[in-house]
Design a protein around this ligand. Structure first.
Ligand SMILES: Nc1nc(=O)c2c([nH]1)NC[C@@H]1CN(c3ccc(C(=O)N[C@@H](CCC(=O)O)C(=O)O)cc3)C=[N+]21
Length: 282
């Protein structure tokens, strides 16, 4: 058997096209501002891709690039200016930040109504409480892939590998909200392969290249690979050993071309929704 490949790149392109149509019907362009501090090289590529996608879909998008020496107070002042700017609907503070700046302070400074990353504790709390709010882009993108693939969630056993605030925890909340039986497994889990083998749906979000092997998965499982790891030889691989796991799984997302493109499309979706909530649709 060989797994069905879930083409995140194509699903993301279709979503961006639908968003572009909705944006074109608005009397304004939804405003997105990405704040980047310093020169983390991986951030450069991502910020450029996002800006390109946003502009192509009709958004008013700009990147604010602050020097590496920026202080926390200066970053918070920049965020405050964006919070107060009526043409700004979405604010994304690109992570990682330089070590001098407290990530939690930057996240908490963003107006929750403009928090298109969904990282603010108010939005995380809303998600955990089952209330509407802005949802982190990567888990939202994963739910969109599962829906497009026709995966039945009700009653399914979902295992989320990883417990980060950015992916693992919100991912588990969304799957729980969709009536999955959810297990969050992590680096201290006693029998990681054994827990993963129980999954009908396995979401790998640990940031360890090719950690999930063929003997970690049950035949027919749906595997979602959130990992994006750059190897020393320059290759980009996920958290899943794609070739060998694809021989066992029922469906699997590739890296690249899986979850990554969905993250960008969902950032645009969140920005559109934040804009309509603030400014209306007509
Ligand atoms: N505040 C914040 N929000 C984020 O959402 C955020 C962040 N900080 N910091 C960095 C990570 C990483 N991230 C990616 C999104 C898309 C791709 C993506 O589209 N990847 C392509 C390949 C890109 C390549 O070839 O390098 C793919 O998987 O097919 C990758 C990485 C968002 N992040």
């Amino acid at each position: 058997m060989t797994a069905r490949i879930l083409d995140g790149k194509a699903i993301a392109a279709a979503l961006r096209a639908r968003l572009a149509e909705r944006v074109a019907a608005l009397p304004y362009s939804p405003g997105l501002r990405v704040v980047r501090v310093g020169e983390d090289p991986a951030s450069g590529v991502y910020v450029r891709n996002k800006d390109k996608a946003a502009k192509a879909a009709g958004y008013d998008s700009a990147t604010i690039h602050l020097p590496a020496e920026t202080t926390e107070a200066e970053l918070l002042a920049t965020i405050a200016t964006l919070n107060a700017d009526p043409v700004v609907d979405g604010i994304l503070v690109q992570l990682p930040l330089p070590p001098r700046i407290r990530t939690e302070a930057a996240i908490a400074a963003v107006d929750p109504a403009k928090d298109v990353d969904g990282f603010h504790p108010l939005n995380a709390g809303r998600l955990a409480a089952g209330q509407p709010g802005l949802v982190p882009c990567t888990p939202r993108g994963v739910m969109h892939i599962l829906a497009e693939a026709g995966v039945v969630l009700r009653g399914a056993r979902a295992v989320v590998l990883g417990r980060s605030q950015i992916v693992g925890r919100p991912m588990a909340q969304l799957l729980l909200g969709a009536d999955c039986t959810v297990t969050i497994a992590h680096s201290r889990t006693r029998d990681l392969p054994g827990e993963c083998r129980r999954a009908d749906i396995l979401v790998a979000a640990v940031g360890r290249p090719e950690m999930v092997r063929a003997d970690w998965v049950a035949p027919g499982v749906v595997v979602i690979d959130v990992g994006i790891n750059r190897l020393p030889d320059g290759r980009l691989v996920g958290d899943v050993a794609f070739g060998e796991v694809a021989a066992v799984a029922g469906a699997i997302t590739p890296v690249p071309g899986g979850v990554g493109p969905m993250t960008i499309a969902c950032l645009l979706q969140n920005t559109l929704e934040a804009a309509i909530a603030r400014r209306g649709a007509a």
